[in-house]
Structures are given as structure tokens and as C-alpha cells.
Design a protein around this ligand. Sequence first.
Ligand code: KG4
Ligand code: ZN
Length: 454
Amino acid sequence: MNIALGRTKHMLLRDARELICENVHSHMPDTYILGIESSCDETAAAVVRSGEEVISNVVASQTATHSPYGGVVPELASREHLRTIVPVVRKALADAGQSYGSIDALAVTQGPGLAGSLLVGISFAKALAFALDKPLIAVNHLEGHIHAVLLEERQKGNRELLFPVLALVVSGGHTHLYLAEQHGKSWSYENVGYTRDDAAGEAFDKVAKLLGLGYPGGPVIDKVSVLGNPRAVKFPPSQIKHPDRRTPILSQKTRKDGAPIAGSPHLSKSAKGGAASLETKKAAAPPGASFKGWGQPDLDRPRFDFSYSGIKTAVLRYVETHNLKPSIEARRKILAEIPEPKLNDVLENCDRQTLGLLASFQRAMVDDLVSKTLAAAREYDVSTLFVSGGVAANSELRQTFEREAAAEGLPVFFPSRSLSTDNAAMIAAAAYPKFLAKEFAAMDFSAEAGMALK
Ligand code: KG4
Ligand code: ZN
């Protein structure tokens, strides 16, 4: 009965919101926003019409540059962004049939991400906005991932969105759960879960590196797992051993430089390259930030946190106790000699035991992500689920979410695979409500490596 009343309330609220939105949109001329994204290892630019149609979408991946290192090397990433940003933006405009003069506004990722990478996109966008005398909108990368779902649903003509929405943003740097709300033109977010250590994508990448499968790990594990036995290795359920380090750190203790010692929501992204960790830790929060003032979780509400460093260690232990190191080294050598290894090259060099280990690892990751997200959905009585970010491209994750959410009568939406991983269309889409609300960035804003979403 209560659930039925709750749902009716949500539907009435939704109808009211839709009426407001329809009125806003019906009087608005088309708005073309050029989005720019450079937070990690993809240089991307896109043109999106009125937050609901991708007109062009260009992504230059740096995989080949970072692959030999098994993770993103921040200095190389910044240099690659510098090299490719001009041609990528030009191509996005040309593909859209637009020019610098014809677009209405620019949008750029402000954070979270690697500081040096973010700065390339931001400096370029600022210079363009200044020269063109066009408004510039600063966008949180995580909000971009959430808006990738909204953008594609609108593009399909689906405006029937039921609130409240629970969004799982799951990528190489993040495993975050947000309750998302729309208030007129703007959106707000409450974090109800995050990873205490490694992000899910980071665990995929580290396990792939450990097993000599190259970088990034997610796509290759996704493909080869289909051929392994997911019950071959039993991983214990993930346990959160250490306390939430952000609470005492952000409210009481900061380092001499004013930054928290650890626990940045973006810390794990930097771990991709290892070398970036100090820089990213430093930029994790504004000096002297207080816990709630920084827009972090409300600790009075139930939390659904994740932890993936344990499973990575369990894989390492399995490798050691089952003497897999010689075969891993052999595979690493063979694959390193193939310029762009294909699935068959990988499969030819993986025995049954390795396939079973990978399939079991993926199954454990998927089970944990899905069960925690659905537990949060139940607790907060949400009406809709979004799953976005690079790991949302994973086939088993999609299938499991679809099956399990359907069993609970919960609609679940993913972006297409190309909009799950980093792109600039999601940045331009997230910028549209800010354009309507005239939330433009001041010219002196800078990159925020540890930017929180609120
Ligand atoms: O969103 P994204 O492109 O960049 C970040 O913001 O981090 O996500 C990249 C991450 C990498 O860790 C990559 O291994 C993972 O997403 N990923 C996948 C798949 N495709 C990409 N993980 C699992 N299965 C996939 N199919
Ligand atoms: Zn991302």
C-alpha cells in the first residue's frame, strides 16, 4: 500500500515536472553546445543540440600510448591532449556542420580528473570562449556520465522518467551511487555510496595487468570471460575493513598544504598511472574544506559503499599459489610483440585455468555492483536506475542489472557503449540545463582534480 502511494506521488511529481519542462523547451530555440572533455586519457569534443541530440561525437583515445605501461601516465596524457585537442574540436564542428561562430555555447570538464589533463581542455575552452565571446559552462565529469543516459533516452523520445533516480557511476576512477533529483532547470545529487579504495574499472585494469592482458583491462576481461567457468574460483564477498577515512580527515585533519591526507573520491583514478597519485591527493579538496561543506555524503543516511582492493589481492594470491607466473610472463611477452592484439591472440594464450579465474573475477565484481546498487534502490525506494561510466559497457553487468532490476519492477537505463566510456557529448548534454539557468563559468575558474558532485 505504502509503495503504491509512493509511486503515485512520484508519478504526480513527474507529470508536474514534465509540464514545466515542456513549457520551458517549447519556447526555446535550438541550442548547440560544443562540449570538450580531457579529464583522463581521451581527448573528446562533441556538438549536442538542446541536450537531446548528438550531432557529432569525436573521441581520440590514448590507449596505444599508455598500454605499454599498464595504466595512464599523467605526463604523457597531458602531452597527448595538447597534440590532439585542436584537430578533435575541428572535426567535431565539421562533422556537425557547425563553425566556431555558429555554436551557442561551450562546455568543458572542470573535474574530477588528472589536473594536467583537465587543464588542457579548460585552457583551450577558455581561450575559445573569450575569442568568440560565447558563454562557457564548467561541468562535473560525473554529472556528465549521468547525463549520457538522459541524453540518449531523450534522443530515443523517452521522456517518461520516474523520480527518484539512483545512478551508479562506475568507471576507472569511480564507483559512486547518487540519488539524482531535478528541480526545474537544475539537477542536484546526493552521494549514498562510493568506493573506499579501488574503483571497479581500476580493479578490472589491475587484474588484467597482473595476468599479462594489457590495458585497459575491462574490455578484454569482458570478452574472454564468456569462455571461462564463472564458478571456477570462489571469491569471498567484498568486505569494508577500514573506516570511512574522509570523515575525520576532512572535518579535522588536513595536511600542511591544506589538503586531506587520503580518501579523495578521485584517488583511485590517479592510481591508474601510479605516478599521479600525489598530485591528485593534493588537489583532492579545497584547503580547509569541512566534510558537509564540500558536498560529500550525509552520514546520517544509510550508505552503500564499495571496496575492490580485496578481490585484486585475492587474484594475486591465486596466481601465486597456483604457480601461474611463468605462463603470465609468456603471455605478456607474446602479446607485447603483437601491435594490436585481437581477441583470438588473447584466447590462444589463455589456458582454461586463467579463463576460469577471469570469469569468476568478473562474476564476483558484477554480483557485488548489482547487489549493492539494488539494496540502495530498495532503501531509498527509487523508481529508476541509471548505470553509467566505462564499466557500464560490460556485457555481464548489463545483463545482470536488466534481469535483477526487472525482477524488482525497476526500470534500468544504460548509455550506448560509446557513450558509457569517456566522451564529450555527455559534457555538452549536462551543460544544457546550466545554459538554460545561465550558470556560466567565470573566466578565472580552474581544474578541480577532486571535484565532488552535489
Ligand atoms: O568512464 P571511463 O572511460 O573513464 C573514467 O572516467 O575512468 O572508464 C574507463 C574504465 C577502465 O577502467 C576500463 O577498463 C573500464 O572502464 N571498461 C570496462 C569495459 N569497458 C571499459 N570494464 C568492464 N567491462 C567493459 N566492457
Ligand atoms: Zn569517466
